[in-house]
Design a protein. Structure first.
Length: 378
């Protein structure tokens, strides 16, 4: 371990004395000259040592801010005049601008090299490593898995490298973009950028901005911004559904997913399951029809994990032979990951059914039931 030496005084440089050539025979005068020269030299050394403080804490280090750029060497710290900061030389030729860049130490176990400038996300961990892989924003991975951009080529060797989570990444191909473009994680190519903001069901993650356009010398500034990812789903019952017994509760089975992200039809198909906890808005529209004109009442309400949601029941009178009436329920419920919602129905007369109507030449089809869940708070 190196000693840290400090002094409050400017230390004079000392030069070893130039001793005269010794005579062939002993000469007392010559010997005294040698002794005096050496005595003066060692007195100077003692004086310097008296000024020094060894292994004490230091208040500061001064770097030469006007010196030419230092030759890069792993483990070296020097002043970076263009960026007006200290720079640290790391492995793989990476040079970190202190205070202007933040790196994560990561490991590649994908089976192939992850190139410089690749958008990466969390892909696992070991006791001493955070593993990454090229990130694709197609909705298949949570937005929270995004990490940053590789700042060098990282071979699949099990060794660790550097991922920029804040700061510049240089020598990137930005020729497809314009200076100042905001770049998002691509939903179509893993590890790539797009300057077109994605839309649902893709993840919307702003990752970087284009600083310099170039094929081999492009520069981006990385600052991943994770927008709140809300989960949603719209589901339909596209065929008729008839409760078999009056005054009996039935769960409506759904047979079609219109659009969904993080919410799906479960087993049985009456269960609509969420993968993430949160506060959800639930809206369902039912289309009733009757085979006679007698008065009858249709009920609709919600169940959460097999238990009725209090005060969620809605009633509608159905008494038009061959006509249609809508039953609507809107509620907000708090759900944990893996919880499910069911839409329950009951009728006082089995002549009332849920009716789906096919498309016509002038209008699209009308489902027997349409259900939408939307996460409104994580």
């Amino acid at each position: 371990m190196a000693n840290v030496i400090t002094s409050d005084q400017t230390l004079a440089r000392t030069v070893a004395p130039r001793l005269p050539t010794a005579p062939s025979d002993y000469d007392r005068v010559s010997a005294e000259q040698h002794n005096n020269a050496l005595r003066l030299y060692f007195n100077q050394l003692d004086n310097i040592l008296g000024q020094l403080q060894w292994n004490n804490p230091i208040d500061y280090l001064d770097f030469n801010t006007t010196a030419a750029s230092a030759t890069h060497q792993t483990g070296r710290v020097s002043w970076d005049a263009p960026d007006a900061c200290l720079e640290v030389d790391l492995e793989y030729g990476v040079v970190q601008q202190v205070g202007q860049e933040i790196y994560a130490r990561v490991q590649n176990v994908t089976g192939v090299t992850i190139p410089n400038g690749t958008v990466v996300g969390f892909a696992g961990a070991t006791d001493d490593a955070l593993q990454v892989a090229p990130y694709i924003a197609d909705g298949s991975q949570p937005s929270l898995y995004i990490l940053g951009v590789m700042t060098h080529d990282l071979p699949d060797s099990g060794e660790k490298g550097y991922c920029t989570t804040f700061g510049f990444v240089r020598d990137v191909n930005t020729s497809a973009f314009t200076q100042g473009d905001l770049l998002y994680a691509s939903p179509s190519a893993a590890g790539a950028f797009t300057n077109v903001k994605p839309t649902a069901p893709d993840n919307v993650i702003a990752v970087a901005a284009v600083i310099k356009v170039g094929t081999t010398d492009g520069i981006i500034f990385v600052r991943p911004t994770i927008m709140a990812q809300k989960y949603y789903g719209t589901f339909a019952r596209t065929t008729n559904y008839a409760p078999a017994v009056a005054n009996t509760a039935y769960a409506v089975p759904f047979d079609s997913t219109i659009i969904a992200n993080g919410i799906s039809i479960g087993t049985p198909t009456s269960r609509i399951v969420v993968v993430e906890s949160g506060f959800y808005s639930v809206a369902c529209t039912l289309q009733y029809s009757s085979s006679n004109s007698s008065a009858k009442v249709a009920y609709v309400w919600l169940r959460k994990n097999g238990t009725d949601v209090p005060q969620s029941s809605r009633l509608v009178s159905v008494d038009t032979n061959g006509g249609y009436r809508l039953g609507v329920v809107n509620e907000s419920v708090s759900l944990l990951a893996g919880d499910y919602i069911e839409v329950m129905v009951a009728v006082t007369d089995t002549a009332a059914t849920l009716a789906a109507v096919g498309a016509t030449a002038f209008a699209p089809g009308s489902p027997a039931a349409n259900l939408t869940l939307q996460q409104i708070q994580e």
